[in-house]
Design a binder for this molecule. Structure first.
Ligand SMILES: C[S@@+](CC[C@H](N)C(=O)[O-])C[C@H]1O[C@@H](n2cnc3c(N)ncnc32)[C@H](O)[C@@H]1O
Length: 242
């Protein structure tokens, strides 16, 4: 689909990404700063925020990777979850912190590559920006095998376009890297942090089957919805399957 539309899509995306957007998305009043992924642009983030607000339980401790504007993290925090959000992009980190502050939500936002920003939590304590967070016992779910993990669950709307997209506006928000390495790393690394992980893929993308395969054979389709003309799939991975 994309090559045919590229001459139209790329200039539009560049124009769109250069602007700030202020509007409710999935019921959350949201500021999207210039240069940060707009969850209304591809619709996936907007759908995921609505789904996650219904999915989380109060008191659960969730980790969101690749938070962008912070929409999904804020939607989960509004539903009562305790949320840590990360992003590789400093502009996204600033944007997510801004939205959490405007909404008065206690979302902790950290900068880093996938799980690197929370790797210190594997020790059960963390020292971030001068503050020390002691992980409470109730935030330390133990699975059947008695394995300690710092989070109840992980969620991500990670880039799932194949290959590098460096020439595209906001390319880092779209590129899953060669052979979908970002999705493969997500699937391989989450079990140290949480017993389950959720991620979303759009069936509208030509490379959907390869992106789906990158999640591995144990990824289970948890939810499939037609959202604004697109089929969106939420996949669940569990540490027990690894
Ligand atoms: C498709 S956007 C989704 C943003 C947001 N979660 C939403 O649904 O609107 C992907 C986000 O992942 C971030 N990202 C890309 N590679 C990353 C990595 N290796 N580690 C952490 N975040 C990454 C991008 O900066 C971008 O904000």
């Amino acid at each position: 689909m994309f090559p045919r539309w590229r001459p139209l899509v790329v200039p539009f995306a560049r124009w769109h990404a250069g602007r700030a957007h202020v509007r409710p998305v999935a019921g959350v009043p949201l500021v999207v700063l210039p240069g940060v992924f707009d969850p209304e642009l591809t619709k996936v983030g907007a759908w995921l925020a609505g789904v996650m607000a219904e999915t989380v339980r109060p008191g659960e401790r969730w980790l969101e990777l690749g938070t962008g504007s912070g929409l999904v993290a804020c939607a989960m925090a509004r539903a009562g979850a305790r949320v840590t959000a990360t992003d590789l992009d400093p502009a996204a980190v600033r944007n997510a912190r801004l939205n959490a502050a405007i909404l008065g939500l206690p979302v902790e936002v950290r900068e880093g590559d996938l799980f690197a920003a929370v790797a210190d939590e594997l020790r059960g304590d963390s020292a971030v920006a001068g503050s020390v967070t002691v992980v409470a016992p109730e935030a330390s779910p133990r699975g059947a095998a008695g394995v300690w993990r710092p989070y109840s669950a992980v969620v991500a709307n990670l880039p799932f376009w194949p290959g590098p997209t460096r020439d595209l506006p906001l390319g880092h928000a779209f590129s899953a890297g060669d052979d979908f390495v970002l999705l493969r790393r997500f699937a391989a690394e989450f079990p140290a942090y949480a017993p389950r992980a959720l991620t979303v893929l759009s069936e509208a993308f030509a490379a959907f089957p390869q992106a789906r395969a990158a999640l591995g054979p144990h990824a289970r389709l948890l939810r499939r919805s037609r959202f604004r003309g697109e089929w969106l799939d939420l996949f669940e991975l569990t540490a027990a399957d690894r």
